[in-house]
Ligand binder design. Structure first.
Ligand SMILES: Nc1ncnc2c1ncn2[C@@H]1O[C@H](COP(=O)(O)OP(=O)(O)OP(=O)(O)O)[C@@H](O)[C@H]1O
Ligand SMILES: [Mg+2]
Length: 441
């Protein structure tokens, strides 16, 4: 055998007796650069070749489908994360039941709850009669052996990936290597059998999905189920989607019968905001690249005596509040020095985004002047010590989210160009101009 083309056989000195083997062709380039050889020749195709679009299966819940980009994709893996008790199991059980009632084979495997607990939830949701194949199991080998027999399910829900255990490797369930190995096995099954597999993932304290970050790379779609447990509304947001965009959100309300779809989220959000309330404003915050609308509340209480006034902040930086107050005093002639100031970010959010400056200023001026900020407006912009209002990152993204949630106006830095959100923009160069606008001068 020779790796180069040769006319004469090195062993027997005969000419033209060597036969070229397809599998082991070595190009002169490979030979010269000592590159690996022996692989099979692949057929390379063009971008314009025939496409077979992935089949989509509607979940039966329109808001869920919206976040997925049109339903579950056959043979795909979806990871859904969210705080404890936010409603992941409820949402997935509802989707599983709806799909089963539509005639699809659906399996729901719970590693966290006993079968009776899941049945009880199904009954409470009015879905006890749905033909979902239910199992309480944690061994991926058992699960895949069971489901590998007969028709594979169209949808397989694994609740949760942190409770699964693969006997191919060592370690307790929930460890990084176990989570990765179990996910790998389940995803391979999904690809081979055309099943859409949904993995529930726990989240850590800081809100990221627990376990290896690589889990997010392994799956096709990552969804995050968010909301305040004390509040009714929940938002399902795509963080990554190999089959669609990530800018659509699904909105739900948690009611006794489970998660109800909210097809017009603005109604839900805006009914909580009453016209004419002073000291509050809505700020479109960004968490990473994801916009979240939060309400900023301020209360200004005038003190009669010369006691030192309190400044209390929940959910924002107190140093930053002091700065905004100082700029309002120095550049706009508004005095807070003999008043107590309380600032609160509603819903327990913590805002770290500098774009909140202008919204905080709006809430403070509104509280001081007892003039409400328009209930259908959002406010954002960064403040400089000079009183200038600076542009901020991702203005268009913030406006788009506000538009989606039903807001109609935005008070923004002058540099924010008109966009496609449909909101009416009012731009400001300085805090002075902004305060004049708010006071109706
Ligand atoms: N009997 C009930 N009536 C009304 N609502 C209920 C009832 N039981 C539970 N809930 C609601 O369902 C929520 C729990 O939902 P679910 O179990 O789907 O959350 P989860 O995200 O799967 O939580 P975990 O991370 O613990 O698995 C509770 O926080 C509660 O609001
Ligand atoms: Mg659960």
């Amino acid at each position: 055998m020779s790796h180069r083309w040769a006319g004469q056989c090195a062993d027997c000195s005969e000419w033209n007796t060597l036969v070229e083997e397809a599998g082991a062709t070595v190009t002169p380039f490979q030979a010269k650069h000592n590159l690996q050889s022996g692989g099979r020749t692949m057929q390379l195709v063009g971008l314009d070749a025939e496409i077979s679009l992935p089949e989509r299966m509607p979940s039966g819940i329109a808001e869920f489908d919206r976040a997925l980009g049109g339903g579950f994709v056959e043979g795909s893996a979806t990871l859904i994360g969210g705080d404890p008790g936010i409603g992941k199991s409820t949402l997935l059980l509802q989707a599983a039941a709806k799909m089963a009632l539509a005639g699809l084979p659906v399996a729901y495997v719970s590693g966290e709850e006993a079968a009776d607990q899941v049945r009880l939830r199904a009954r409470r949701l009015g879905l006890g009669h749905a033909p979902v194949m239910l199992a309480a199991a944690t061994s991926t080998r058992d699960i895949l052996t069971t489901l590998g027999k007969g028709t594979p399910p169209a949808l397989l829900v694994i609740d949760s990936i942190q409770t699964m255990h693969s006997d191919l490797i060592e370690g307790a369930p929930g460890t990084v290597s176990q989570v990765r190995a179990s996910a790998q096995e389940l995803i391979r099954f999904a690809k081979e059998r055309g099943t859409a597999v949904v993995l529930v993932g726990h989240v850590t304290k800081d809100g990221s999905i627990a376990g290896p970050r690589v889990l997010e790379h392994m799956v096709d779609t990552v969804l995050s189920f968010e909301g305040e447990r004390s509040h009714q509304y929940r938002i399902l947001r795509a963080i990554k989607n190999r089959f669609g965009g990530t800018d659509e959100i699904g909105v739900f309300a948690m009611v006794t019968e489970g998660l109800a779809e909210v097809s017009n989220p603005s109604a839900l959000f805006l009914t909580q905001r009453e016209e004419g309330v002073t000291g509050t404003t809505v700020f479109p915050a960004l968490e990473g690249t994801r916009p979240v609308l939060v309400e900023i509340q301020a209360l200004v209480v005038r003190l009669a005596s010369g006691a030192t006034p309190r400044r209390a902040v929940v959910g924002w930086d107190s140093g930053r509040l002091a700065m905004v107050l100082a700029v309002l005093e120095a550049r706009c002639g508004l005095s807070f020095s003999s008043s107590e100031v309380y600032l609160n970010i509603a819903g327990g959010y913590r805002v770290q985004d500098p774009a909140a400056d202008l919204a905080v200023a709006a809430a403070l001026v509104s509280a001081l002047s007892e003039r409400p900020v328009a209930a259908d407006a959002v406010v954002f912009g960064e403040l400089a010590l000079s009183g200038e209002i600076r542009p901020v990152a991702h203005g268009a993204l913030r406006l788009k989210e506000a538009g989606k949630l039903g807001f109609e106006r935005a008070l923004v830095p002058a540099a924010v160009a008109d966009d496609k959100s449909g909101l009416t923009l009012t731009g400001f160069k300085t805090l002075g101009g902004f305060v004049e606008h708010m006071l109706g001068r």
